[in-house]
Design a protein around this ligand. Structure first.
Ligand SMILES: *Cc1c(COP(=O)(O)O)cnc(C)c1O
Length: 368
């Protein structure tokens, strides 16, 4: 049996008429940049989250950068983020001129350890950017209180946490602004790059929108220099066509994860994902920790099961951050888990047979 890591083709086939119509409309109407379909998607996403503003961007990296830049974060500032994430979370901090300050991950839930944040706050700290990794939210209530106490901006990286919740509050609704990615493999994925910012702050929303569109809200009226970070009409129309299915797809991911956790119980060599109490984990990734991880991954690959590692090298240990002079002991949990974590295939259309097959293969590996 073959179990791909994700299967974007199956999803397309399940809604082909809607997607094809969306694409055809954009082309027939030549609504390529800006215009009706982009405005519609912004409205759709805004409504889904019940927020005042959704500003679409070219991708979920620009959205982080634009938020920080428009909050005035820059040279001589520090922004706190997590040691285990995709590099967008930290490279955008550097892009503003500020310095990323990394915090180790929580040993149970794999996202920023909120207990370690306060000791890293200095007079230069301007913001905290937690990442709701894998689909599970950080302890955002605790982090929000730390931000209030120290007068810091809270910016949520929700690239992996569409519709995730903690204590009945969705990811993206606690901080001053949140960033979403619609990279094709994300829980809501475009057919190319796409991202957005959500916020309830009118002034920040206007600035972000302006900055992402060359500093002009009205053509040729550039109030400042900006960047070109527009969502294109094709991606917007595709996203609007997919949006009505996001809740269903999320439930399917949650069901798939439950099936995995059940099928994988009683295997002493692995640890299945722990869900924080009162948390709705939306399983962008289903990450286990495994003894002999590399050999297990090879065994699975040899038997048709594709896996991945998110992420093989924690950010502070990347060559890009050598200048910060961190050592392994600064991030003991990230350092330990980087050799144990393994992301198993998960996508809404994954079948029970595929899940059971993966579980069987894992059992077979450890009983060799
Ligand atoms: C995917 C991702 C991003 C960046 O999104 P792009 O749309 O690929 O630019 C940012 N942060 C995290 C945690 C991500 O997983």
């Amino acid at each position: 049996m073959n179990v791909p890591f994700v299967d974007l083709k199956l999803q397309y086939q399940s809604i082909k008429p809607q997607i094809d119509a969306a694409i055809e409309n954009v082309i027939t109407e030549t609504a390529f940049i800006g215009g009706k379909y982009v405005n519609q998607f912004e409205k759709d996403f805004q409504n889904l989250y019940g927020v005042k503003h959704c500003i679409s961007c070219a991708n979920g990296t620009d959205s982080l950068y634009i938020i920080m830049k428009m909050l005035g974060i820059g040279k001589n500032d520090e922004v706190i983020t997590v040691a285990n994430s995709w590099i967008s979370s930290s490279e955008t901090i550097s892009q503003t001129g500020a310095t990323p300050v990394f915090i180790d991950i929580d040993e149970n839930y794999y996202s920023i350890n909120e207990q370690l944040i306060e000791q890293k706050i200095t007079s230069k700290t301007k913001a905290i950017m937690p990442v709701h990794l894998q689909g599970q939210m950080c302890a955002i209530d605790v982090i929000s209180n730390i931000c209030k106490k120290h007068n810091l901006f809270l910016i949520e990286d929700c690239a992996q946490s569409h519709l995730s919740e903690y204590k009945n509050v969705r990811a993206g609704l606690t901080g001053i602004a949140a960033s979403f990615s619609f990279y094709p493999g994300k829980n809501l994925g475009a057919y190319g790059d796409a991202g957005c910012i959500i916020t309830n702050d009118d002034m920040l929303a206007e600035k972000c929108k302006m900055y992402a569109r060359h500093g002009a809200l009205i053509k040729h009226q550039h109030k400042m220099e900006g960047i070109n970070s527009r969502l294109d009409g094709l991606q917007a129309a595709i996203l609007s066509a997919k949006l009505p299915y996001l809740i269903k797809w999320t439930e399917q991911r949650i069901a798939a994860a439950a099936a995995y956790t059940d099928a994988l119980k009683n295997i002493n060599e692995i640890v299945t994902p722990l869900v924080r109490p009162q948390s709705k984990h939306t399983y962008h990734l289903y990450v286990i920790r495994a003894k002999q991880r590399n050999d297990l991954a090879k065994h699975l690959k040899d038997n048709g099961v594709e896996t991945a590692i998110h992420y093989p090298i924690p950010l502070p240990f990347m060559e890009a951050y050598q200048y910060l002079n961190y050592s392994n002991s600064d991030f003991p949990v990230s350092n330990l888990y980087k050799d144990e974590i393994l992301s198993l295939p998960i996508f809404p259309e994954i079948t029970t047979q595929q899940i059971n097959y993966v579980a069987q293969q894992i059992k077979a590996f450890y009983s060799k």
